[in-house]
Design a binder for this molecule. Structure first.
Ligand SMILES: [Zn+2]
Length: 194
């Protein structure tokens, strides 16, 4: 069992301020969250910085990821350390992710920049049903969407600033291993908490 914040931003996102060093220190100090997915907007630069710094620490895991601003809305790719080729539309990004054994997650589907009901048209792997930066009724709609689509629901803080870290996280029945975690999410061996 591992507790993971599956959605957060570093200062390499245009709208975020979290320094990679602060993130690594806070993750290491956290009593039970021991893994994070770095999901910056349209860049993997922050992921590489965090990864480099994290190598000096034991027992924490950094999952590569990115939140792509597609033409239709925000789509998170988990397990990837490179950007998909443009044009960035949902279909292309899903295709890119599938070829690499990565997962796609519809980020905060019912908030601004979310895919909304359009999500139903696509073969995403999971729905973000608990986003730390979304209002409860917005998250509830996402939860209903996941149920309607028969997809796993995941959680992440969507932190852009240090004070917003760890407000939501996913408990995954997996070991501290990226492949294992991605497979467990796909199988729905997850629980969302905040
Ligand atoms: Zn985000």
């Amino acid at each position: 069992m591992i507790q993971v914040d599956l959605h957060l931003h570093t200062k390499y996102s245009f709208d975020a301020s979290i320094h990679p060093k602060t993130l690594v220190d806070q993750l290491y100090a956290h009593p039970f969250i021991k893994a994070v997915a770095i999901t910056d907007h349209n860049t993997v630069e922050g992921y590489y910085k965090v990864l480099e710094l994290a190598s000096a620490y034991q027992d924490i895991l950094i999952i590569p990821g990115v939140e792509i601003s597609t033409e239709e809305g925000d789509l998170i790719v988990l397990g990837v350390a490179e950007l998909p080729p443009k044009p960035w539309n949902v279909e292309n990004v899903i295709d890119f992710a599938r070829k690499r054994g990565c997962l796609t997650v519809a980020a905060h589907p019912y908030r601004a920049y979310g895919l909304g009901d359009l999500t139903k048209n696509y073969d995403v792997d999971a729905i973000e049903v608990l986003n730390g930066a979304s209002a409860p009724h917005i998250n509830r709609r996402a939860e209903n969407l996941a149920k309607a689509m028969g997809l796993p629901g995941v959680a992440g803080s969507d932190a852009h600033h240090v004070s917003e870290l760890w407000t939501a996280y996913t408990e995954i029945q997996a070991s501290s291993d990226i492949d294992d975690i991605l497979k467990a999410i796909k199988k729905g061996l997850v629980r969302v908490l905040h």
